[in-house]
Design a protein around this ligand. Structure first.
Ligand code: FES
Length: 92
């Protein structure tokens, strides 16, 4: 099976081949790879793909997986007060 057929990030449909291409271009952190190809930005926010990508970085760069910093998690939504929804008050 080719690395182009192996899906690493199922939320954003990113293959192992795409991840390896980014690493070959010099990206060595989850954050850099995330910005390049959107892996980790799907509904699961990288819970599934981040460990797999970190493992691939560690293998290719030759560093322990524990030395790879985790990416920042930014929720796709912001909490608002129920009063803002039902009472028409402005969101603060
Ligand atoms: S599998 Fe990558 S963001 Fe969900």
């Amino acid at each position: 099976m080719s690395d182009k057929d192996i899906i690493i990030c199922r939320c954003e449909d990113i293959t192992l081949g795409e991840i390896r291409k980014e690493i070959a271009q010099g990206k060595q952190t989850l954050e850099e790879i995330k910005r390049a190809c959107r892996c980790g930005m799907g509904p699961c926010q990288g819970r599934t793909c981040s460990p797999l990508i970190a493992n691939e970085i560690a293998r290719n760069v030759g560093i322990p997986i524990a030395d790879i910093p985790l990416p920042k998690v930014r929720p796709s939504t912001a909490p608002i007060k129920m009063a803002s929804l039902i009472g028409g008050k402005e969101h603060d």
